[in-house]
Write a protein that binds this ligand. Structure first.
Ligand code: NAI
Ligand code: 15L
Length: 265
């Protein structure tokens, strides 16, 4: 690609993958509402609020691909979620429609299906069971992307990320963890695929205890290499196991299933 856009570049995941994106594009346009820090020679930095339609149109112009991480990433007040994850996503898809339909990787979440129990195994056909307003906003994002695909042929990878961080920090993450390297390899497969379509992809490493089946997207050639199992001994030495009936041990969405509705004040 000539120019790849990374939104949410100042966030946890954005900061982790940003230094490696030069392997996919000559220029990486990094964007966030927050400060973007030092800018590398191959980068362009654009501060932008996703809820500002005109700014998002300018942001997307000239890009051949988009890794869309920007937005609210946990349960929050609806007014905050709606601006970044609902209006922001609509703005992104309208900008893409007007600007040559660059392929999009949408960072969806396991919280679209968080109310499944941990003894259930899911493929992409499983009905949505979001565990909060954040999860609902990701369901909206997936539906919006699907509509733009059906109506206009806009291609999107709907990546339902489990837990993408340096290492698992609790027992649930032994199932949901995805390493940064596996995520980067997935980004490569998504943007190199001759045809992508609009598939759901479970963003998870090759963990022994994973719950999600990616066989429907084997055509992408993504073969995750990491396995959270190598962290089990370290976790067992440092963390008590949750009770078997605790939400962390029962539900795929873990503690998110217990979040209240954060009321507007
Ligand atoms: P994060 O909260 O650290 O980063 C999100 C970034 O989006 C922040 O830098 C924030 O400033 C930016 N942002 C928020 N509102 C914005 C707005 N109105 N306009 C422009 N930028 C805005 O989240 P993280 O962990 O880096 O996750 C990245 C994406 O991946 C999120 O969309 C999240 O929902 C998704 N995801 C992440 C998972 C993980 O394990 N890290 C798991 C599942 C999904
Ligand atoms: C998410 O969707 C969140 O963005 C992230 O912060 C983690 O909590 C992750 O899911 C998870 O379920 O571990």
């Amino acid at each position: 690609m000539k120019r790849l856009l990374l939104t949410g570049a100042a966030g946890g995941l954005g900061r982790a993958i940003r230094p490696h994106l030069a392997r996919f594009a000559e220029t990486v346009r990094v964007s966030d509402i927050a400060d973007l820090g030092a800018v590398a020679p191959h980068e362009e930095a654009v501060r932008c609020d996703l809820s500002d339609a005109a700014a998002v149109r300018d942001l997307v112009a000239g890009c051949d691909g988009i890794v869309h991480l920007g937005g609210i990433s946990v349960e929050d007040k609806f007014s905050k979620i709606v601006g970044a994850n609902i209006v922001g996503l609509y703005n992104l898809y309208e900008a893409a429609r007007a600007e040559g339909q660059p392929r999009i990787l949408f960072a969806s979440s396991n919280h679209t299906i968080g109310f499944y129990r941990q003894d259930e195994h899911l493929d992409a056909a499983a009905p949505l069971r979001p565990d909060g307003l954040y999860g609902v906003s990701k369901c909206f994002g997936e539906a919006l992307a699907r509509m733009y695909f059906e109506k206009f042929g806009q291609e999107t990878a709907l990546v339902r990320i489990g837990s993408c961080m340096e290492k698992p920090t609790n027992y649930r993450m032994l199932s949901t963890w995805m390493s940064y390297e596996d995520f980067l390899a997935l980004i490569g497969c998504i943007f190199r695929a001759p045809r992508l379509g609009c598939p759901v992809i479970w963003g998870v490493s090759d963990n022994d205890t994973r719950w999600w089946d990616n066989s429907a997207v084997s055509y992408l050639g993504w073969r995750p290499r990491d396995n959270a199992e190598r962290f089990r001994a370290e976790l067992e030495a440092s963390l008590p196991r949750p009770a078997p009936d605790a939400p962390m041990a029962l539900y795929q969405g873990g503690q998110f299933t217990q979040d209240p509705i954060f009321e507007e004040k």
